[in-house]
Design a protein around this ligand. Structure first.
Ligand code: ZN
Length: 249
């Protein structure tokens, strides 16, 4: 952390955009490119990585040079190598921020960091409106927003969302079908911060919405590593002399 520029890597499985014309029409160069352009701001270095690259574009060197990793995956979760998942998890424990997007709730990395929960939920693709209420108006991830964000059309996700209770709940989504969903959740794992953010189904232009980009931008700042000391574990020598009162003069 010699400089103040936050180094962001946006990972995308990049499968739907190449197979499905409807998705390609919205994200011609992929969700990762759209996000990279939307999040480009001074003070931020943005790189992208995709599943088909060697080591999924997430080499040791790339991860060591990443402050915050964004993760979008859906139909290819199982194709992500366990070695890479382990590597990402270790970087999070060591301080790298992780922002898990939409269908990433079923990714190996999110499941691993959440523990034993399945991370499953209800879903429906029916062009429904989504209203994300800010339920923690003190939270930096909600800075600059109104009381809620409204998306004209999105996929529905409904409770129960099988995740551990979040440390903070920033957004709660409402859908016309009657469901609600905890759509902005924070966790801490080791020295790293994790944010899950619900919207972003591939057939909707969600990642061009200014409020969505603002949330992600805020989340990058929130999840960036703190310059804290690395804890040490295991057998430990005392910092003070023990049994000092009984010591011989
Ligand atoms: Zn989806």
């Amino acid at each position: 952390m010699g400089t103040n520029r936050t180094k962001v890597t946006i990972w995308n499985e990049f499968v739907h955009e190449r197979k499905n014309e409807k998705v390609r029409a919205i994200y011609p160069e992929g969700i990762h490119r759209a996000l990279a352009e939307g999040l480009a701001a001074s003070g931020r270095d943005i790189a992208t990585a995709t599943l088909d690259q060697e080591e999924h574009g997430l080499s040791e060197a790339r991860l060591n040079d990443t402050d915050v990793l964004l993760w979008w995956g859906h139909i290819a979760h199982k194709e992500v190598s366990d070695v890479v998942v382990e590597r990402v998890a270790n970087r999070v424990l060591d301080g790298m921020g992780l922002i898990v997007l939409h269908s990433g709730h079923c990714s190996k990395i999110f499941n691993k960091l959440m523990g034993t929960q399945s991370c499953r939920l209800k879903w429906r693709e029916a062009d429904e409106k989504e209203r994300l209420w800010v339920v923690d108006p003190s939270h930096p991830i909600a800075a600059g927003l109104g009381e809620y964000i409204e998306l004209e059309r999105e996929e529905m996700y409904g409770e129960h969302f099988d995740v551990p209770p979040p440390e903070e709940l920033v957004f709660l989504s409402w859908f016309p079908g009657g469901e609600v969903f905890r759509s902005g959740l924070t966790y801490r794992r080791g020295r790293g911060k994790v944010f899950y953010f619900r919207p972003g189904h591939e057939t909707y232009p969600t990642y061009y919405h200014p409020d969505i980009l603002r949330v992600l931008s805020n989340a990058i700042d929130w999840a960036a590593p703190s310059a804290t000391a690395r804890p040490t574990y295991g057998h430990s020598k005392p910092l003070e002399p023990l049994n000092a009162g009984e010591a011989k003069p």
